[in-house]
Design a protein around this ligand. Structure first.
Ligand SMILES: Cc1cc2nc3c(=O)[nH]c(=O)nc-3n(C[C@H](O)[C@H](O)[C@H](O)COP(=O)(O)O)c2cc1C
Length: 352
């Protein structure tokens, strides 16, 4: 029924429903699904990706639905309306979405108030921060985010990989990234100890491997706590069936992103050499895809587009599949699988 509606209207309806509908009391996760990462304990590894609840309207409802963590945002210091509509497109035959929303969000003050109102409730809520489109000093916007949300965030995500703010992805270049991360990490260190939350860097799947070398080297040197791999792609993989949809400008997500984002995840894993944990995101729409992400190097995973096509039942389906995977592999915990396939994935011909 939702898919018969305009995609943006359907999304707004889902968020409203989450705030209104009586939520089931959350069932306890099997302890074998628990993950320890960035100094935090996640009850299960399945998170809701950034962009789903940009304004922190329903993080508790999402947690009650069974997610192990919820990432809100991207939030920018000042509110923004984003790009002109239409700006969100479903590519039904490809189980994909293209968006060019452009960081539409309510801004730090409004989102901060919502997070403050849930203070003390259980559950990890990460805050994904970005820069305003017209910012003159973009790094300063991220620094402001770390200061604004230190009290409320479970962790921060420094999002330098959205394709819909012109020039934003240039922050992944060596000199800019080093300056950005130096300033963000220094700002965190200046906070009171209880506000020093883990900082994760979220990257694009479209980086050249030479650039990924630099990104991971800088992330390690600046001692970030983890990386999220990946955001949407500006690429249009061969074989997309919705030709007209594929011509829309914006970031592509969903099933056709799986191969590129999983390859990038494995490439990041081998470069990180265990210095920090990774969150794998991009095209997960089944238990098998979730397990493949973990085997490629992810300690945690996140979903967005898979939910559009498969519904919220996907969360439980993945958790059940992970438990079956543990039993089949006679493993006591998921970290025994993390990165097992990274070497073979990185040895495959590029995007075969
Ligand atoms: C409609 C839409 C909006 C998004 N907005 C954001 C955002 O604000 N910040 C961000 O870091 N990622 C954003 N993303 C990217 C997702 O968090 C995720 O990285 C990407 O969609 C790949 O995962 P998926 O294939 O499971 O959707 C957005 C994705 C979609 C589909």
């Amino acid at each position: 029924m939702l898919r018969a509606l305009d995609p943006e209207a359907a999304h707004a309806l889902v968020i409203k429903a989450l705030t209104w509908a009586p939520m089931p009391s959350p069932s306890e996760d099997d302890p074998r699904l628990a993950v320890q990462a960035f100094g935090l304990r996640f009850p299960n590894p399945v998170g809701i990706a950034a962009g789903f609840d940009k304004n922190a309207v329903a993080p508790d409802a999402l947690l009650r639905l069974g997610f192990g963590f919820a990432e809100i945002g991207t939030v920018t210091p000042r509110p923004q309306s984003g790009n002109a509509r239409p700006r969100l497109f479903r590519l039904e035959p490809d189980q994909a979405v293209i968006n060019r929303l452009g960081f539409n969000n309510d801004g730090f003050a409004a989102v901060g108030q919502r997070l403050a109102a849930r203070a003390g409730r259980p559950g990890i809520v990460g805050v994904n921060v970005g820069a305003n489109k017209d910012a003159t000093d973009r790094a300063a916007d991220y620094v402001a985010g770390v200061k604004a949300f230190g009290a409320w965030a479970g962790y921060f995500t420094v999002n330098v990989s959205s394709p819909n703010t012109p020039g934003l992805r240039d922050l992944q270049q060596k000199a800019s990234l080093d300056d950005l991360l130096a300033r963000v990490m220094a700002a965190r260190e200046r906070l009171a100890p209880e506000r020093r939350k883990p900082v994760l860097l979220k990257i694009a799947p479209d980086l050249a491997l030479d650039d990924l070398d630099d990104v991971v080297e800088i992330a390690r040197r600046r001692r970030v706590d983890g990386m999220i791999v990946s955001n949407t792609t500006v690429g249009r993989p061969d074989g997309l069936r919705d030709r007209a949809g594929a011509r829309e400008a914006g970031g592509l997500s969903g099933r056709p992103l799986f191969a590129a984002s999983t390859r990038m995840l494995a490439e990041t894993y081998v470069r990180a050499e265990g210095a920090f944990a990774l969150v794998g995101v991009g095209g997960i729409d089944s238990g098998a895809a979730a397990l493949a992400k973990i085997r490629a190097g992810a300690s945690l995973i996140q979903l967005y587009t898979g939910l559009v096509f498969r519904g919220l039942g996907l969360v439980d389906e993945i958790k059940q599949a992970l438990l079956r995977g543990l039993e089949a592999g006679r493993a006591g915990a998921l970290d025994e699988f993390v990165g097992l396939d990274a070497a073979t994935r990185t040895a495959e011909p590029w995007l075969a």
